[in-house]
Design a protein around this ligand. Structure first.
Ligand code: F6P
Length: 368
């Protein structure tokens, strides 16, 4: 016996970087919406791009059954930003061109007779969802990312799985670093936030952890590594967030920083830090960029539970017609916040976060 619902038909899309748990969340939304409220579900391919191009298909139970443990997203994803205009530089003046993507989205939303659009994504995706809500569409957001950097939710699914993958990699680096008496630098993802590097650094016993939130001083790092060597530990593990930067770089304008980095000929921060450590300490140093491995594979149990809970909570918002909101983990419960809360923001690690003091308390150098 199905229950009454304000929403009859909704579209669902996944956008931004993929992560383990996305399919668990899709399953949570669709199973609850279909089984409990008999809603009609339109799957949208490749994020907002699919809504612009009307690249859609009706989702049936067989589409969202058996996907709980599958990595990635059955819908596909993209980083399409409908509100970002394509600026073409041309004489005599710059001008904006390109299909009006927002108009296309609004037209297709109505053509498909959607009552609501459910968007699963990170900062950018939920920001676009907020802007579309401002344009009059009914939108429900669902936060996901390995970066754990979305304002309004205490944690995002994807983070726990990436934490396990990163910690396993750090464990493996320990044995080879010890065998060769080397300094091993591992660069982790996290975009502009240091959550993944901080938690994986603590979990993996990193001797140095470098975060975007705390610009590093290579001399402080050098002193720490030399002291370790002098105390008989000739190997060290340095965990670097991809958004980390030196105190010198922190003082630069973004364009100057880009030029400076191009001169170092190092493909990313992990290699730059390794070169700086070798120059500073004369210790043999190697770099590992863990990259997209952190986003691959099946979700952890914790991510499956969080993704499913957020998905079913989104279905409840649809049934009650509570649009313009993003479901969220709040404390140890599932709630929701206005879409304006995550819009345009990045949740970075506060300087006074307890995990920083935890790391320092066990002798970790934070680059200062
Ligand atoms: O947002 C998740 C993430 O993996 C970030 O950690 C990383 O900086 C970014 O996506 C990579 O983006 P792309 O998948 O477009 O290369």
């Amino acid at each position: 016996m199905t229950r009454p619902s304000v929403t009859r038909t909704f579209g669902i899309l996944t956008a931004g970087g993929d992560c383990p748990g996305l399919n668990a969340a899709i399953r949570g939304v669709c199973r609850a919406a279909y089984d409990r409220y008999d809603m009609h579900i339109i799957g949208i391919a490749n994020g907002y791009r699919g809504l612009i191009d009307e690249d859609v298909r009706i989702l049936k139970p067989e589409d969202f059954s058996g996907i709980l443990t599958r990595g990635g997203t059955i819908l596909g994803a993209s980083r399409e930003k409908p509100f970002k205009r394509t600026l073409v530089r041309s004489q005599p003046k710059d001008y904006e061109i390109g299909e009006d993507k927002v108009t296309a989205i609004k037209e297709n939303y109505r053509k498909l007779k959607l009552d609501c659009l459910v968007v699963l994504g990170g900062n950018g995706t939920n920001t676009t969802g907020y802007l579309l809500a401002q344009e009059g569409l009914n939108v429900v957001g669902l936060p996901k990312t390995i970066d754990n950097d979305i304002a309004g939710t205490d944690r995002t699914f994807g983070f726990n799985s990436a934490l396990a993958i990163s910690t396993d990699a750090i464990d493996r680096l320990h044995s080879t670093a010890q065998s060769h008496n080397r300094v091993m630098v591992i660069e982790l993802m996290g975009h502009k936030a240091g959550w993944l590097a901080l938690y994986a650094g603590v979990a993996g016993g990193g001797d140095v952890i470098l975060l975007p939130e705390i610009p590093y001083d290579i001399k402080a790092i050098g002193r720490h590594l030399v002291q370790r060597a002098q105390s008989g530990k000739a190997f060290s593990i340095v965990v670097v967030a991809e958004g980390a930067l030196s105190v010198e770089e922190a003082k630069m304008e973004k364009k100057d920083r880009k030029k400076y980095r191009e001169q170092t000929a190092a493909p990313s921060i992990g290699y730059r830090v390794a070169k700086e450590i070798e120059a500073e300490t004369k210790m043999e140093t190697r770099a590992t960029i863990l990259g997209y491995v952190q986003r691959g594979g099946i979700p952890s149990a914790s991510d499956r539970v969080l993704a499913t809970s957020l998905g079913t909570a989104a279905a409840e918002l649809l049934a009650r017609g509570e649009y313009g909101r993003m479901v969220a983990l709040i404390g140890d419960g599932i709630g929701s916040v206005d879409l304006s809360v995550p819009a345009g923001k990045v949740k970075t690690v506060p300087q006074d976060h307890y995990m920083i003091d935890t790391a320092v308390s066990v002798g970790t150098c934070m680059g200062v």
